[in-house]
Design a protein around this ligand. Structure first.
Ligand code: COA
Ligand code: AMP
Length: 627
């Protein structure tokens, strides 16, 4: 039996022994005694009774172990021309001081702090400072607009909001304070303070009585020590898109998270202390939380915080420049980024300008990895390309080739095999496992391993309703796919109304809520359609209220602007068609899946439940026309 099989079987047969051993990679204040608390199933908790501090494990322990002068964080920002390196000691000191500043503002263990900042070191400092105090951070992606920010503020109810004055995108500055103002106007919750980090590219006007500057918050602050917390205490809340407009507050605990991420760095990513790990993602997404911030730092590796794009900052060689300059050993990004590079530099000429000799592995995730991108990247870089499938909810890969355990063959189109700790099933509508080769719904058997969400913030019921009730004893992933005869999983896409645009997870339901808010709109539908660069793009369809006349082009512009302002530019909604009617079932459900199939050029059957097939026939040419 190979090493992977042996590890996998052990994790199945003796999960508690398996995770007890993994927990030895973490420093504990009170080491784990009991490993799994199953007394409140289907809500499970890992390491009940144990205590630790995540920030200590990410920073202090490495300084104490002699890594103080090793680079911990490199901020490489082609959009501002800045390159800054923080050693473990330097980062620890900055974090301790900012934790002291937060404490002075009244932030204590269990309090929430919303972080609406850009890809700058202060964001990482803020996250770790919260962890140091046992406070719970909730970082909001800078590409989200006011409505999304307000929803998160109202749900997390933060004591303090931390914001940067702006983000810097390729070729444009994005002021954040107008978005913060708009969010706080609509939110019902009021934070006690907003702390604003002024960036020279666009300093913002502070609001007296509400805002203080980052510098003023730090002035005279005393460094704070690490506060021991329960392993089961929340470390962060990360909101993600569900099928409705209300985002889901995925909770991450301290103990399970630290153990799982540390284990994943060694066993999946084959990354050791001292290696240089670069996840080219954004700290606002789960990849950023797990593999820009926590995973590499818990490991004692160097992490790269890249404030730039794969193309245009300044060119399609940017990724290779960063990888070469910082001697990156392990890289992680989304397939879209590689497709964007390939589009601009199809021959890969720019990669040849850099010495990529340190690079050992390229990991790709966040969306389906198409075979062309897989092959192109592998041929160009000459290193293994490792597809890995997971989600915000799990926080670390569910299915991947675990490079630190065994070098297994990879297959194009499949993220490979279930990672130890996860029991993956593919079932049919009746909940029984389908045969290899047959498509079905992908489930994870409970309990989920450490690091996965224990619940949704403040809402156990919604957690159970959304994920655990469809197939009792199992977690519903929302993805469909199949196993092949060798046990390799093929993930084919979401079975719900969540879409994936350039590796960004978005809710069509949230966009529909915005469109429905326009006074001319009677009803609407948003679907995701295939796009060669971004994987998927949203398209909107609106039916006007009776008697309302509107210029379709002018209305489209207004609706696109509304979605951009409220959800954010990242939604990438550019096209909204005015149509006479939407196809529905007799019970009134809009046939979004059928619309999606037709838009993607599939030979989509007309469902027998359709109310009026003529409506679909009239829509067909509009769906097929991607202007
Ligand atoms: N703050 C403010 N605005 C942001 C933003 C942020 N953090 N991130 C993106 N946006 C804006 C972009 O500027 C763009 O605005 P525009 O409509 O005015 O051009 C819009 O949101 C859409 O952004 P994006 O989807 O990133 O598209 P793009 O055309 O700018 O770039 C790619 C395309 C493929 C280069 C880019 O999507 C990319 O690098 N993808 C990698 C995906 C990734 O890292 N995913 C994370 C999960 S691993
Ligand atoms: P997020 O929660 O933003 O990480 O998005 C998770 C979703 O992205 C999953 O449910 C999948 O639909 C999709 N996804 C992520 N990684 C992969 C992958 N390697 N292959 C296919 N789909 C993926």
């Amino acid at each position: 039996m190979g090493d992977y099989r042996r590890e996998y079987e052990r994790s199945r047969k003796d999960p508690e022994g398996f995770w007890r051993d993994a927990a030895t990679m973490i420093d504990w204040v009170t080491p784990p005694g009991r490993i799994l608390d199953d007394g409140n199933a289907p809500l499970y908790r890992w390491f009940p009774g144990a205590e630790l501090n995540t920030c200590h494990n990410a920073l202090d322990r490495h300084v104490e172990a002699g890594r103080g002068e090793q680079p911990a964080l490199v901020h490489d920002s082609p959009v501002t021309g800045v390159l800054t390196t923080y050693t473990y000691r330097g980062l620890r000191d900055e974090v301790a001081l900012f934790a002291g500043a937060l404490r002075r503002l009244g932030v204590a263990r269990g309090d929430r702090v919303v972080i609406y900042m850009a890809m700058i070191p202060e964001t990482v400092v803020a996250m770790l400072a919260c962890a140091r105090l046992g406070a719970v951070h909730s970082a909001v992606f800078g590409g989200f607009g006011a409505k999304e920010l307000a929803a998160r503020i109202d749900d997390a109810r933060p004591v303090v909001v931390l914001a940067a004055s702006c983000g810097v995108e390729a070729g444009r500055v994005v002021p954040y304070l107008p978005m913060l103002d708009a969010a706080l106007e609509t939110a019902t919750h009021r934070p006690h303070h907003c702390v604003i980090f002024q960036r020279p590219q666009h300093p913002g006007a502070l609001r007296p009585g509400r805002d203080i500057s980052w510098a003023a918050a730090l002035d005279g602050a005393e460094p704070a020590e690490c506060v021991p917390v329960a392993a089961t205490d929340p470390l962060y809340i990360l909101y993600t898109s569900g099928t409705t407009g209300k985002p889901k507050g995925v909770v991450r605990d301290n103990g399970g998270h630290a153990v799982a991420l540390r284990w994943s760095m060694a066993n999946i990513f084959d990354t050791r202390p001292g290696d240089v790990f670069w996840a080219a993602s954004d700290v606002g997404w789960v990849v950023g939380h797990s593999y820009i911030v926590y995973g590499p730092l818990l490991t004692g590796a160097t992490t790269i915080l890249y404030e730039g794009k794969p193309v245009g900052t300044p060119d399609a060689g940017a990724f290779w420049r960063v990888a070469a300059q910082h001697r990156v050993t392990t890289m992680f990004t989304a397939p879209t980024a590689i497709r964007a590079i390939k589009k601009e530099d199809p021959s890969g000429r720019l990669a040849g300008l850099y010495d990529l000799g340190a690079l050992r592995l390229l990991f790709l995730a966040g969306e389906r990895l198409d075979p062309q991108t897989y092959t192109w990247a592998g041929d160009l870089l000459g290193v293994p390309v490792i597809d890995n499938w997971w989600q915000t909810e799990t926080g670390w890969p569910i299915v991947a080739s675990p490079r630190g355990i065994e070098v297994l063959p990879t297959k194009s189109g499949s993220p490979s095999l279930p990672v130890p700790g996860y029991r993956v099933r593919v079932v049919g509508p009746d909940g029984t496992d389908v045969e290899a080769g047959e498509d079905g719904t992908i489930l994870l058997e409970l309990p989920l391993p450490p690091g996965c969400l224990p619940t949704l913030w403040g809402d156990d019921d919604r957690y159970v309703r959304s994920y655990l009730s469809a197939y009792p004893g199992n977690y519903l992933t929302g993805d469909g796919g199949r196993f092949d005869e060798d046990g390799y999983l093929y993930v084919m896409g979401r079975t719900d109304d969540v879409i994936n645009v350039a590796g960004h997870r978005l809710s069509t339901g949230a966009m529909e809520e915005v469109l429905a808010g326009h006074p001319a709109v009677a009803e609407c539908a948003v679907i995701g359609v295939s796009d060669p660069l971004k994987g998927q793009l949203p398209r909107g369809f609106v039916v006007l209220k009776s008697g309302v006349e509107a210029d379709p082009i002018g209305l489209e512009e207004e609706l696109v602007a509304m979605v951009r302002a409220q959800i954010g530019p990242v939604a990438s909604l550019r096209r909204v068609d005015v149509v006479g009617a939407l196809p529905k079932t007799r019970s009134g459900k809009i046939l979004r899946r059928t619309m999606r199939g037709i838009a993607d050029g599939a030979d989509e059957p007309v469902p027998s439940t359709i109310e009026d097939a003529g409506v679909l026939d009239r829509l067909r040419p509009v769906l097929r026309n991607h202007r």
